[in-house]
Write a protein that binds this ligand. Sequence first.
Ligand code: ADP
Length: 623
Amino acid sequence: MSGERHEFQAETRQLLRLMIHSMYSNKEIFLRELISNASDAVDKLRFTAIQQPDLLGEDADLAIDLLIDKTAGTVTVRDNGIGMSRQEVIDNLGTIARSGTKQFLESLSGEARKDSTLIGQFGVGFYSAFIVADRVSVLTRRAGETTAFRWESDGEGSYTLEEAQKPGRGTDVVLHLRADEQEFLEPMRLQHIVRKYSDHIGLPVRLHKDEGEVETINRAAALWTRPKSEISDEDYQAFYTHLSHDPQAPLTWAHQKVEGNLSYTALLYIPATAPFDFWNRERKSGLQLYVKRVFIMDETADLLPPWLRFVRGLVDSDDLPLNVSRELLQNNRTVEKINSALVKRSLDLLDDLASHKPDDYAKFWQAFGAVLKEGIIDDGAQRERIARLCRFRSTHEADAARVSLADYVARMPAEQKAIYYITADTLAAAQASPHLEGYRSRGFEVLLLTDRVDEWLVMHLPEFDGKKLESCVSGAADLAPAIETPETARQDADFAPVLERLKKVLTGKIEKAQVSRRLVESPACLVAPDHGISRRLERIFREAGQPAPTTQPVLEINPSHPLLARIRDTANEAEFSDLAALLFDQAVLAEGGQLEDPAGFVKRLNSLILAGSAPKSSIIVPG
Ligand code: ADP
């Protein structure tokens, strides 16, 4: 190799070595990656030429060429796209400065090592050339410039860069195939790979055969511009891979052509899993935007609301100007109309998946349910539709979120008045909550809500199908009205003085005490007062360092529990006050809260045990 020598950035070297070994089982994808880069380069040229039409020059016949040289043992992927300047070559081919690099390296451990489909997801597509080549030479000339550059590397830690001659703009990637990769010199082999992965690219891919014969080997029409009837599922899936770099096949998709006042084509895909950086706050999302078949931008946030940010795909509009910018898209009437049409179409797609492929819908929900729920909070107009699409765990089905509100309502016994739910940090905490006891024993199903967003969801979804949603831990959802009997009236009277005494000794900790109808086994629990926000939401605010309205909870007691009989009959004020503190503290523990004075709790508990006077099993310390 001649020319100026540069070392690869350390990570690049490591990555190259890992890749060559791990991607070997699916080595043919190198061609998909290089064609995809070539196609992007042509898209960039088209886009730039909107402002500078002379960049196209006389070479306006945009295409990708594959050249085979059997004598030299090389395959060349040639494009007449935007090309690269010297600095761009260094930045793009000499460093992997993308944030995804580290995750890619990490993901290559274990099983993932064999998963060649990961490639490209992290922006390492070009380097896949080294899977089949022991030397790669890139000759490139930036559109509008006269000097070309040659980059060359054996993938072993350094590359060379020198000035070179090239008649026109664009890039040649020359692969010097390894001795055992000569199969890629066969035109039929290349043709097969291109058909498999790159048929949908909107550019002709031309294969130059030995005899000087040139043949376009793909369809060369952008997939979404073709009639739906001619597009197979495999075509849609291959296009999805190209567009999303997602190794998994999509769950479903919609191809929508709209003509009339508004003219656009949309291709929407629902992925099966979230990309590795999906939960990163800085992550950009959004559809690709094309205007009259010209690629304009990635990650066009304005085409869909944030709560549909998992949808992948593109929009090709006939109504927007070619020179549209991100700023112009905001508050643009056309974009708003497309946005609201796409919201409906996306929800149709999900409805359809939910009713016809419930298992696939479950996968979707597992990956993105928490995002879709945001729609209930953000978009009042779609609240009802989204609520129908929500799936929850419940006391009826706890191992997976499969319960729809419609299922729930259909199962409600006649005497059940509301849809009950409990929010908690974990499923175990929700299930163990004493608040559920009375609902369980009456055969009332309770939704177990553990996503953070659920706290807001329930605030924005006061009812469904005419049934109120009520929290099991709020005072308002007491079961009392359903079960008043002479026995309960007697208990109320019996415990009225105890309630007063509890309120007095627990001043500052509780708003009041009341007799509970929801407890069966536990002696006591805490509920939010009717007017307050949920106790868990209070905690979320506090943990986030935000001012939370500190309301005092209501202490509910179980009059049938032996501990309460003991408390009722305790005349000694000091002992009563200890027992009351114990009762309160265990209710705090049971809802997963922190004790203000854990040492005091332990001390009181021990003295009670040592006193030996407590009837067995009267104090239940939750785990
Ligand atoms: P990715 O395509 O995911 O960004 P690659 O490693 O495949 O990652 O390519 C790195 C960069 O090199 C590309 O983003 C692009 O800027 C540049 N590049 C690669 N191939 C070409 C090409 N044929 N023409 C112009 N630029 C290219």
